[in-house]
Design a protein around this ligand. Structure first.
Ligand SMILES: C[S@@+](CC[C@H](N)C(=O)[O-])C[C@H]1O[C@@H](n2cnc3c(N)ncnc32)[C@H](O)[C@@H]1O
Length: 158
């Protein structure tokens, strides 16, 4: 699995602890250092590398599963096509991308609310994807005890 924008690695570490092969990438070296220290402390085998989510093809690898937890919603409408193409370059055909992003649903939305329509506009047959499901969820934030409203999207690579 590829964890794009892995931060300090909690999701990558969790999936790796279940026995899966995981690469977490982020632009923030400071976050990667924390992620590597956690992996060493917990005795979990997982790879962390510095990479720009807009240039994932530079990894020279492909993945059956890609996770984006909290990254997609940081990009604006102009940046999304480049990011979506970058994700496509590393996702196997018929592979699965999971996106957890702030949603525009409800009153207590996070700082970057995303609509279902925006997800479908970014990921569709023209860009090489098929949105299989979008479910309401919550995403942890520093500001809300029970997190903020989120969409959990399951997106298949065509
Ligand atoms: C909100 S944090 C989410 C971290 C982690 N996925 C989680 O769920 O805790 C977003 C992360 O994306 C990273 N990021 C932002 N822009 C990036 C880019 N262009 N390429 C790779 N990582 C990026 C940030 O450094 C940050 O660690």
């Amino acid at each position: 699995m590829l964890d794009a924008g892995c931060g300090t690695g909690e999701n990558a570490l969790h999936v790796a602890s279940l026995g899966f092969s995981v690469l977490g990438v982020d632009v923030a070296e400071s976050a990667l250092a924390i992620a590597r220290a956690k992996a060493a402390d917990r005795g979990i085998e997982v790879e962390f590398a510095a990479a720009d989510a807009f240039q994932l093809e530079r990894l020279g690898r492909r993945f059956e599963t890609v996770l984006d937890c909290g990254l997609f919603h940081t990009f604006d409408g102009d940046e999304r096509p480049r990011y979506v193409a970058s994700l496509g370059s590393v996702t196997e055909h018929d592979g699965t991308l999971y996106v957890l992003c702030f949603s525009d649903d409800g009153l207590d939305t996070g700082p970057h609310p995303i609509s279902q329509e925006e997800l479908k506009a970014a990921f569709n047959a023209n860009t090489g994807w098929n949105v299989a499901a979008i479910e309401p969820d919550r995403v942890q934030t520093r500001y809300q005890d029970d997190g903020a409203p989120a969409w959990f999207a399951t997106i298949k690579r065509i």
